[in-house]
Design a protein. Structure first.
Length: 99
């Protein structure tokens, strides 16, 4: 009887070891859950980015305001009835050389 109880105890310990420590055990499950959580966060960020890009594309397709804004800020363009005033900072080297 004691031998059977000892064998059952050893068997339980082996099974517990496999459950908690082995490659297919809880450690693997926890690491996979963490990886899934990180991937979900990344997917959420990418979905938000895609929504912003989609809104920008729709704005560019439907109206001229976004196109004008991009032309003004990125290309330095002005409208036909506008006047450009450009203020140039004095050259630091030339200002230092004058007495």
């Amino acid at each position: 009887m004691r031998l059977i109880l000892l064998l059952l105890g050893v068997l339980v310990l082996i099974l517990q070891y496999r459950l908690w420590v082995s490659e297919g055990g809880y450690r693997s499950v926890w690491s996979l859950q963490e990886a899934v959580s990180l991937q979900r966060e990344e997917n959420t960020e990418l979905s938000e980015r895609n929504a912003r890009l989609e809104a920008e594309v729709l704005d560019l397709k439907q109206g001229l305001e976004a196109v004008e804004e991009i032309a003004r800020s990125d290309l330095g363009m002005i409208g036909a009835d506008e006047t450009l005033y450009q203020i140039v900072a004095p050259d630091q080297d030339a200002a230092a050389e004058q007495p």
